[in-house]
Design a protein around this ligand. Structure first.
Ligand code: BDR
Ligand code: CA
Length: 306
């Protein structure tokens, strides 16, 4: 597995799910600007790897979207992206190689691997532009992004990762990569950890259980202000659960033509899913429609050491 991430609070949980899973071999992590500036997402990825006892190489990639101005989500994840808990700096640094060339090299070196994207698609778009051959080398490309004709979380029409760099998202969705799309709607409502589940997670009393809850504290308050929920919603971990154990986690999916809007101010970053195939365009995405929420939550608990 290769993970591209704008590491903030929910990314961190997803990284731990992969790094701590006995059947998953994470060969590289690349970071991208998104939830916070690149320097912070890289530091957070290194810090999370360290908490998991992992020496996985981390490469810093794009520090801004392709064409639009960066507009981070520190209002949601905290100024440092990890809930402003005062975590210490990680003991190691990112590799010297830049994230885009690392993506290309690790995909070429691991044909058939699963690429999981947890942030804006800038690195992936740049890699595809520089090395179109990687399209045929990726076994699966699991994308946390978009909403499958549902409400957005950053505008009424768009989910953050696709909205942050809509031109990159548009390129990636049109690239021919074998995309499995896990939209923001998948993490909502019953998929969120309710109060009792949050207490049970805390009661595990492991360093990672505390980390999962503490680094998501500002995200939970922001989500409450936005939608009224008191659940802990974890978009990136839902995508990671799909990446790790699709056969058991995904209970319903369907294949469609999906295109990302890049220009319209009203619908920038919208993932337009042609559910009825009215365009007649060829299918390019497997859209995840539903997951086994209990199994997903068990995977989060397992990653925390429970
Ligand atoms: C996505 O945007 C980010 O804020 C999260 O980390 C997740 O990747 C959810 O819309
Ligand atoms: Ca993310």
């Amino acid at each position: 597995m290769i993970i591209d991430t704008d590491t903030a609070s929910d990314d961190a949980v997803a990284l731990a799910m992969a790094l701590n899973h006995p059947d998953v071999d994470v060969v590289a992590m690349t970071t991208v600007a998104g939830n916070c500036p690149l320097e912070d997402t890289t530091r957070n990825a290194l810090y999370t790897a360290e908490l998991c006892g992992s020496a996985v190489p981390v490469y810093a990639g794009a520090d801004r979207p392709l064409l639009v101005k960066a507009r981070e989500a520190t209002w949601f994840h905290g100024m440092d992206g990890l809930g402003d808990q005062g975590y210490p700096p990680p003991s190691r640094s990112a590799e010297e190689e830049d994230g885009v060339s690392a993506l290309i090299n690790h995909i070429r070196g691991n044909p058939g691997s699963t690429l999981v994207t947890l942030g804006p698609l800038t690195n992936v778009a740049l890699a595809l532009a520089q090395a179109p051959d990687i399209v045929g080398l990726v076994g699966r490309c699991v994308v946390m992004g978009g909403t499958a004709n549902k409400v957005g979380n950053v505008t009424p029409a768009a989910e953050f990762n696709l909205w942050f760099d809509p031109h990159a998202a548009r390129m990636v969705f049109a690239s021919g990569l074998p995309i499995e799309m896990v939209g923001w709607e998948i993490c909502r409502f019953e998929a969120g950890l309710d109060a009792a589940e949050q207490v049970a997670l805390r009661a595990l009393d492991t360093p990672l259980a505390h980390f999962f809850l503490d680094c998501n504290s500002t995200a939970m308050e922001a989500a409450h202000r936005q939608s009224g929920t008191r659940r802990l919603e974890l978009p990136d971990p839902t995508a990671m659960a799909v990446a790790i154990d699709k056969g058991r986690v995904v209970t319903r999916s369907s294949r469609h033509y999906v295109e990302v809007e890049a220009e319209s101010p009203l619908t920038r970053g919208m993932s337009v899913v042609d559910s009825l195939n009215v365009t007649g365009n060829p299918v390019n995405v497997e859209v995840v429609n539903a997951i086994d929420n209990d199994l997903f939550k068990q995977m989060v608990f397992d990653a925390a050491g429970g």
